[in-house]
Design a protein around this ligand. Structure first.
Ligand code: UDP
Ligand code: MG
Length: 315
């Protein structure tokens, strides 16, 4: 049985040597064949060169260089498309997800599970903002989504070929991979682990990317925000009706209604609600437009198997 390991890498030149070392040690415990697929997601450091160098030493390492930066989830998808194994193990390049957990995950899969996902019981070396927002994100997502998506899981998981094929058969462009694995079903189980700090470099998820990622996940797995917008409309209508009653009574009692301040307040309140509703609709409409264009998810620029001797060539 062949095991495929898939790792998206963006500007991870410093992590790659240690990553490969620990991965090879972890996969060697498993007495069968394995391939390691490192996807370079349009890095602008020496990541591709590091991948090529590793593939020279270890024939089981395959490198895939995308034509530009397509984002974590697309890079992961590119690697999953290239994977040929019967079981597929995915993790981050920064060693925040310990490869040593592979043997436990394998043992769980032997019991008949199709997906064994890692659940973070603790996050080390991450900022409190990241911890708080991540904690909140999974809980809000679960509230809104119709599919239960396990809390505090990342893309660190071991999956069977049939679970992977199910995910790869989903044609959507907005790919929230961990949610897609939850959606396909089959027998799934979590395994708790402590998330280590990055071994090198900085996080590739600044706040702006995190917000985009969260909105993508919410919009892909729930239409409840649209329904919430409808409910908000009813709520504002009720408030407007109550205010009408107040104005009517004021006219009868005092023959006048006071208020420049209240007018401004009401106008800004209602225009705020309107813009918010429009914004929510826009988020969905934009995604619909992107799906409708149906562009390819990524292009492969180079593969290590195509290059004769990349390091020597340059010198
Ligand atoms: N990554 C990627 N493309 C991107 C951003 C990130 O391939 O545009 C990779 C990155 O190299 C790492 C993984 O995705 O292997 C997770 O990123 P990171 O560790 O920065 O995220 P964090 O752990 O901070 O949430
Ligand atoms: Mg990380």
């Amino acid at each position: 049985m062949l095991l495929s390991v898939v790792i998206p890498c963006m500007n991870e030149e410093e992590s790659i040597p240690l990553l490969v070392k620990r991965l090879i040690a972890a996969t060697e415990q498993w007495n069968a064949e394995s391939e390691i697929i490192l996807v370079d997601d349009g890095s602008n450091d020496e990541t591709w060169r590091a991948i090529c160098a590793q593939s020279e030493f270890h024939p089981r390492i395959r490198g895939l260089k995308l034509s530009g930066n397509r984002g974590h989830q697309i890079a992961l998808t590119a690697g999953l498309n290239a994977a040929q194994g019967q079981r597929i193990f995915m993790l981050d390049a920064d060693l925040q997800d310990p490869p040593e957990l592979l043997s436990d995950m394998m043992a769980m899969m032997d019991q008949g599970y199709d997906v064994v996902y890692g659940r973070r019981s603790e996050r080390k070396g991450e900022s409190w903002i990241k911890k708080v927002t991540a904690h909140g994100f999974y809980r809000i997502l679960n509230r809104l989504s119709d599919v239960p998506i396990p809390n505090d899981t990342g893309d660190f998981r071991l999956v069977s070929r049939r679970a992977l094929d199910a995910v790869l058969s989903m044609p959507e462009r907005a790919r929230f991979v961990r949610g897609m694995f939850a959606w396909v079903g089959f027998r799934q189980i979590g395994i708790e682990y402590i998330r280590d700090p990055r071994i090198a470099g900085e996080t590739k998820y600044p706040m702006s990317k995190m917000i985009r990622f969260a909105l993508d996940a919410l919009a892909s797995f729930s239409i409840k925000p649209l329904q919430i917008a409808t409910r908000m409309a009813f709520l504002t209508l009720i408030i407007a009706a109550l205010m009408a009653v107040y104005v009517f009574w004021s006219l009868i009692l005092y023959n006048a209604v006071a208020g420049w301040a209240s007018t401004v307040l009401v106008i800004s309140f209602f225009s705020g609600i309107q813009l918010l509703t429009l914004g929510i609709m826009g988020e969905y409409l934009g995604r619909l437009y992107i799906e409708a264009k149906n562009r390819p998810l990524y292009f492969v620029d180079q593969e290590t198997s195509e290059i004769s001797d990349p390091i020597v060539e340059e010198k």
